[in-house]
Design a protein around this ligand. Sequence first.
Ligand code: 5GP
Ligand code: ZN
Length: 114
Amino acid sequence: MTDCIFCKIINNEIPSVTVYEDDVVKAFLDISQVTPGHTLVVPKKHVPDIFAYDPELAAAVFSRIPKIAKAIKASDPKIQGMNIMNNNGEVAYQSVFHSHIHLLPRYGTDDDFS
Ligand code: 5GP
Ligand code: ZN
């Protein structure tokens, strides 16, 4: 999709800090990290939201989440847990309409959001 910011990141037309990449997903740091290491896992195929996934894409994307979550956790011994979140639709606070899954490392400190 030509006018999609996440398609541009996937195509390296806009810079990002890559956390993980393969043929199905690209994971990169959120530009406005809620907690340090806040990562977005984005299917390379442009799908606007969860309602547009077929079962094969869902299996491919979601099967990668544990591996990426483990790698983020292993990167910093201070990470104690992680929220995994996916917003769908404006009413659910989705702001970028290329589906993505938020991985939010949690440190158990006062700096964490609640
Ligand atoms: P949503 O609100 O759609 O669930 O989440 C969109 C996320 O994309 C937000 O957390 C926002 O900070 C992030 N974001 C928006 N534009 C960019 C960008 O150009 N680069 C990166 N890395 N993240 C972005
Ligand atoms: Zn897109």
